[in-house]
Structure formats: C-alpha cells, structure tokens
Design a protein around this ligand. Structure first.
Ligand code: HEM
Length: 373
C-alpha cells in the first residue's frame, strides 16, 4: 500500500498542472500535423481517427516522442488490443480464464512492455547528457519524471515499475479520452443548436486572440468545455468506481436509511446512474450542455459528489485537466477547419463492457473550411 501511495504521488507529480501549459503546445502541434494529412474532403471513422490521435498526443506529451516509425503504429494497435480484450464482464470476474481474449490481452501487454522497456533503457543511456543540457523539451515528459522519482527510502523506481506505471497512465488516458472525444463529436454533429454555439465561440475567441491557440485561449472556451462535459455525463467511459472497505462504516442514504458497510467488502458506485439522477440533472437523458453554464451549474447542486465523471476523493482522476485540454485542442481545431457530417446512425453505448465506448464505427464526412479569416 505504501508503495502504491508513493507511486500515485509520482503520477501526480508527473501529470502536474504546471506541465500542462507546455503540453498544450505539443498537443496543438500533433493535432495540426495529424489533420494536415486529411484531404480537402473525405469520409473517415471518427472513432478510429481520434483514438489514433490520442496515442500520438500521449507519445509526444508522456513519452517525449520516443516511440518512432513502425513502433508507433504497433503501440497504437497493441493498446487497442489490450482494451478490446480487457473490458468485458468476463475479464472482471474471471481475469485468468484461459480463453482467447485473455491470451490476446496478455500477449499485447507483454509486447507493449517490451517496447516500453527498450525506451526506458535507451533513455537511461542518454539521460545524464539530457539533464546536463537542461533541455526542457527532452527532460520534461512523464517518462523522465518517473525516472527521476525517488521513494521515501531514496530508492529509484525499477525499469519494470516505470513500465508498469507508463502502461497504467496510457491505459487510464487512452480509452477515456478517445471515447469522450468521439462522443463529443457524435453529440455535436447530432445537435445543430450546440454545434452552432460551439462554432460561434471559436469565431469569437480566435477573432479576439488570433492563432496559434495556447493554454490561455483554450481556457476561455467555456461552451466547448460544457459540450465535452455533457457528452461525458451521458456516456461515461468509466461507469463504475470500485472501493475496498478497510474498516466497517455506516452511510446514510438520501431517504434517511442507514447502511452498514462491513470491513473487507467491495463497494461499487455507478457513475452512469449518478450522472443521470433526476434531482440533480434536469431532463437527465437530454444532451443539454447549458446545464453546466453559469446560472444553472447543475453539477454543483448536490454538493461535491454531484459530478463524479472523474471519480472523487483521494483517488480521483489525475489527468482531468490534461484530458479536457487535449479534447479541446482536437475539437477546437476540427470546428475551425472542417465542416463535418455524421453519416452513420448515432452510436450505441457498449453497455456489455466494463469500460464502454461508442459501438462500431462512427462515420463522418468532412470538407475543409476556415471560419476565421
Ligand atoms: C475523459 C477522460 C478521462 C476520464 C473520464 C477519466 C476518469 C477517471 C476515473 C473515473 C478515475 C477513477 C477515480 C476513482 O476511482 O475515484 C480515474 C483515475 C485515474 N486517471 Fe483518469 N480519466 C480520464 C483521463 C485521464 C488521463 C488523460 C490521464 C493521464 C494522462 C488519467 C490518469 C488517471 C490516473 C493516473 C488515475 C488513477 C488515480 C488514482 O488511483 O489515484 N486519466 N480517471
């Protein structure tokens, strides 16, 4: 437990808000490069495109662009393989059952571990020079932060521990962010009113501040933030929070009933249910980003646990600000530079999975445009 808490401390330090300003610059570069490869017009599976883009951003911001060429394509596939074979109900209840999905999951984890081990080893070989160079871009990523971290007894993390934490962070940030960016797109492309509002916000903010965008400009995009937050409320990629009761305690429900939670029990809290409580969210099944706008702020009406999309309390999400920024970078770019249309039906939620995303392909057509002169 002590080791885990210390490793959480390393993650907190590695994904610290101070680093985010610089990460945003990297995110903008990756996003611009990525969409530069799209043609004048075309048809794409948005889910696939955004999933791949999130891996590229993670490679740049978390790993300092260490995954190169063919390896990048492979890492993207391995992460996909890992998610696809880890999130069914059977994985939760019988994680070691000798079935093909578990074999594929284990192979993907082993191969990913091998690639990341090599990256850690090669970084160790050149790391002293980088530190002496004081080259911010090279030493400032999450990988370097892990390599520099020390336990309270002075010990550094082993390569295996670093690789484990890197996979955990990639795992924590990849599916959640790619799923939320895809849902944001599906919701906006199916709700003209909010699409127009989001585009108008881009025109106004870029008109006032110009390009390129940075952290401060993105922080002003409140309409876009509400649109993302509302997609996340309706389609949480992490619908359950699990906790282990280390000691017995009593909770009182809203109706006054008291429940005793015995020591050693597991507790599950459903984000999916919580995010749709009608006494907190008006018309909870409706996509209504304005519910988070000043004056309504429904997510605050029920106290600090009204909005638990990123968890709550001691182990809440460490990447929340990072996630919002990367999804904002992606969608502000798409809104400014492309006219998009959803041509497949609105996606279903994969509710047979522990971590559900949009089911199947999410096909959109795009046409280049510029809303800012
Ligand atoms: C829309 C995107 C995301 C969503 C919805 C999300 C949601 C969550 C949730 C629900 C938890 C569990 C909290 C709990 O048990 O109380 C969590 C934990 C965590 N998330 Fe995220 N997350 C997102 C993106 C990210 C990103 C981009 C990163 C890293 C760059 C990240 C890193 C983490 C870490 C390290 C934890 C573990 C915290 C701990 O155990 O103390 N997440 N996230």
């Amino acid at each position: 437990m002590a080791t885990r808490n210390e490793q959480i401390r390393f993650c907190t330090k590695a994904i610290q808000p101070a680093r985010l300003r610089r990460d945003v610059h990297s995110m903008v570069c990756v996003v611009e490069d990525y969409f530069a490869k799209w043609g004048q017009s075309g048809t794409v599976d948005l889910k696939h495109e955004l999933g791949h883009l999130i891996v590229l951003i993670a490679n740049r911001c978390l790993l300092g662009n260490e995954i190169k060429g063919n390896n990048l394509e492979e890492v993207s596939k391995l992460l996909h393989e890992l998610f696809e074979n880890s999130f069914h109900m059977i994985n939760l209840f019988f994680p070691h059952l000798p079935i093909p999905p578990h074999r594929r999951r284990n192979e993907a984890r082993a191969r990913l571990g091998k690639i990341l081990h090599e990256i850690v080893r090669s970084r160790r070989r050149i790391s002293p020079a980088r530190v002496m160079d004081n080259n911010d871009d090279d030493e400032g990523d999450v990988l370097q932060s892990f390599m520099d971290s020390k336990y309270s007894d002075g010990r550094s993390m082993t390569d295996s521990e670093i690789v484990g934490l890197l996979i955990a962070i990639l795992f924590a940030g990849q599916h959640t962010s790619s799923s939320t960016s895809t849902w944001t797109g599906a919701c906006l492309l199916s709700n003209q009113k909010y699409m127009t509002a989001a585009v108008e916000e881009q025109k106004k903010i870029i008109g006032q501040n110009g390009e390129p965008i940075d952290y401060t400009i993105l922080a002003k995009m409140d309409t876009l933030r509400c649109c993302i937050k509302e997609a996340l409320r309706l389609y949480s990629p992490t619908p359950i929070l699990l906790r282990h009761a280390h000691k017995s305690f009593t909770v009182q429900a809203r109706d006054g009933m008291e429940y005793e939670i015995p020591e050693g029990n597991a507790l599950a809290c459903s984000i999916a249910v919580s995010n749709k409580l009608p006494y907190i969210y008006k018309n909870p099944d409706v996509y209504d980003p304005c519910r988070f706008a000043p004056g309504r702020e429904e997510d605050r009406t029920g106290g600090k646990f009204s909005d638990i999309s990123f968890g709550a309390g001691r182990y809440s999400c460490l990447g929340q600000d990072y996630a919002f920024m990367q999804i904002k970078v992606i969608w502000s770019y798409l809104l400014r530079n492309f006219e998009l249309e959803l041509i497949s039906p609105f996606p279903e939620l994969e509710n047979d999975k522990i971590l559900p995303g949009p089911r199947g392909k999410v096909m959109v057509t795009y046409r280049r445009r510029s809303i800012v002169n």
